[in-house]
Design a protein. Sequence first.
Length: 94
Amino acid sequence: MWILCGGFSILFCIVNWLLFRLNRRLSIWAMISSFTFLILTLLQVIRMNVDWIYKSDWSTLQDVMPEIFPYLLLFSIVLIVFNIIPFFTGNKKN
């Protein structure tokens, strides 16, 4: 489920850039949707970890989390930066 939410987040980030290039004001909705799915992705990963903790599956938690954390961090930072750039550069009007 978290992979699906992450995919939608990337999709809406791309839509945000396309709408920004077309000078559409709807790009703000794509940015909001991308952030929403980013948050849902992170919540799904947290929920997966909570399930492992409830099941006392410590070996899975120790194996997966050290490897997945840097990717989630990079995914979050890149999507935040890529969604914010059109917002700040699009407001400059003469």
